[in-house]
Design a protein around this ligand. Structure first.
Ligand SMILES: Cc1cc2nc3c(=O)[nH]c(=O)nc-3n(C[C@H](O)[C@H](O)[C@H](O)COP(=O)(O)OP(=O)(O)OC[C@H]3O[C@@H](n4cnc5c(N)ncnc54)[C@H](O)[C@@H]3O)c2cc1C
Ligand code: SF4
Length: 462
């Protein structure tokens, strides 16, 4: 029976309309749609979906409750493993994790696990249902650096175990990339992100914003002056990379991180915002990841004509398929097998275009991906007023530089074991600060493993 029901499509804003607004693209399932989709789950005895989830959400168990219309029980089951379900349901790369492993996907379409998780979390928020049970305070204090998904996951697990947890965040709002990076049209800030951060607060976690760890307070101060017993560093990877080509200092060249932060955190897209944002008429976004798609779709909504310039083919685009599909539907143009070699400007120092060369795919490199090779004498120009560089980010070195004994690896990430223990006793780390730019759910998984390791460490500490 389950195999006969086709995957229930999710309603979305019309591409022509949504390309001009910042409202959420995906409209989610109704109660009936969610129950129908949940009935497609085969309730496997050995659920491959669950094994593929980095935080091991009990997927078939929550789906079984959705199928029966017991949405509150479904939410309680999810809350045992995930503190950010409305966020994960929206932005996790399910196609390469839970849904990528779902047996229904072998002959049919996989169960829409992400959309069901999102449905359950949204239902709870709208009904005001919360899960805030925690152990009584055990007298031990833990500091968490950074309020992204890694920090929030670590803080909520520790709070549930009875620790007195304080998160220190450099920005004026909590949420990390969820707040400053991922755009409103994929992840609404004031409703979804703020509500899930509030749920973490309601577990008793304190969040101190506008604190630069490494400047306002050091990790040593946390132990010696503030009496913390352990520290988790989840400071992310917010340092943008550039190409190091001529013209990168021209007016109109901006990193995707800055462009998105102005728009998301500082609400530059709203009338009356005090933060300016410049898009001009023609924007080139260099790169092909999720961040590039977000920057391109944001620039489009701000009124520009947008081209994504990427040096490999569409098949190698690292962005989620759904994001590429949405970007195309909205009118973003893709210029593939193209590599910028110079950004060209006018006498006033403003960008006028991107000089590029054509590429072709050569032999596979060490990672198995075919490397792009320049085609001789193939230079050409693309007109542009703004160039958004989206070539990845790396961890900021500030905390390692101001914390004796904290080692970094070759790529600038903190050296940490599988459970997050760093080279400095009592200091744990996880998420992008360790791995470099990765995903929300991997950061959450790292935060949760570190919380368990911190608990173990503090229980055994004399
Ligand atoms: C535009 C964009 C789109 C993305 N889209 C997706 C997606 O669709 N799906 C997905 O799974 N992943 C996506 N990612 C990646 C994902 O968001 C990150 O992998 C994830 O947020 C990492 O979590 P984190 O907790 O390690 O770090 P972050 O989310 O970066 O949080 C780190 C926090 O630490 C704070 N901080 C840094 N230094 C200090 C300091 N010295 N003192 C105090 N606080 C500090 C930062 O301000 C930040 O709030 C995207 C990333 C970007 C940039
Ligand atoms: S693998 Fe698919 S069908 Fe099996 S339990 Fe998980 S979601 Fe259900």
């Amino acid at each position: 029976m389950a195999g006969k029901i086709p995957r229930v499509p999710v309603r979305e804003q019309d591409p022509q309309i949504r390309a001009k607004n910042f409202k959420e693209v995906c409209l989610g399932y109704s109660d009936e749609e969610a129950m129908l989709e949940a009935r497609r789950c085969l309730q496997c005895k050995k659920p491959a979906c669950m094994t593929a989830c980095p935080v091991s959400v009990k997927i078939p168990f929550f789906i079984a409750q959705v199928a029966k219309g017991n949405f509150e029980e479904a939410a309680r089951i999810i809350s045992l493993d995930s503190s950010l379900p409305a966020i994960c349901g929206r932005v996790c790369p399910q196609e390469s994790q839970c849904e990528g492993s779902c047996v229904m996907g072998v002959k049919n379409e996989p169960v829409a696990i992400g959309k069901l998780e999102r449905f359950v979390a949204d239902w709870c928020r709208e009904k005001g249902v919360k899960f805030t049970e925690r152990e009584p305070l055990n007298g031990k204090k833990v500091a968490v650096v950074g309020s992204g998904p890694g920090g929030l996951a670590c803080a909520s697990d520790l709070a549930k175990l009875g620790y007195d947890v304080t998160i220190f965040e450099v920005l004026h709002k909590a949420g990390g990339v969820l707040t400053y990076g991922i755009p409103e049209f994929r992840l609404p800030k004031d409703t979804v992100v703020a509500a899930e951060v509030e749920n973490v607060r309601q577990l008793g976690v304190k969040i101190e914003t506008n604190v630069v760890v490494g400047r306002t307070i050091t990790i040593d101060d946390m132990f010696d002056k503030e009496g913390f017993d352990a520290v988790f560093i989840g400071s992310g990877a917010g340092l943008p990379k550039f190409m190091d080509i001529p013209g990168e200092n021209l007016n109109g060249v901006v990193s995707a991180n800055e462009f998105l932060t102005r728009n998301n955190l500082m609400k530059a897209y709203k009338e009356g915002s005090r933060t300016p944002i410049y898009v001009g008429n023609k924007v080139c976004v260099v790169g092909g990841g999720n961040v590039a798609m977000d920057a391109a779709r944001t620039a489009l909504r701000l009124g520009a004509e947008v081209k994504v310039v990427y040096r490999r083919t569409e098949k190698e685009l690292p962005a989620r398929l759904e994001e590429v599909h949405h970007a195309k539907e909205e009118g973003v143009e893709f210029v593939m097998l193209t590599n910028p070699v110079e950004i060209v400007g006018n006498e006033k120092g403003w960008v006028t275009g991107l000089k590029c060369e054509k590429m072709e795919l050569g032999e596979p490199d060490a990672s198995g991906r075919r490397s792009p090779v320049a085609v001789p004498d193939s230079h050409f120009m693309i007109d542009a007023d703004v160039v958004i560089m989206s070539l990845g980010t790396s961890p900021n070195p500030l905390i390692a530089q101001t914390t004796p004994g904290l080692e970094r690896n070759r790529k600038g990430g903190l050296v940490a074991s599988e459970d997050g223990a760093t080279t400095r006793e009592g200091v744990f780390a996880g998420g992008d600060a360790v791995t470099g730019a990765a995903t929300v759910i991997l950061a959450m998984g790292a935060g949760k493993r570190a919380a368990a390791a911190i608990d173990e460490y503090l229980k055994n500490k004399k």
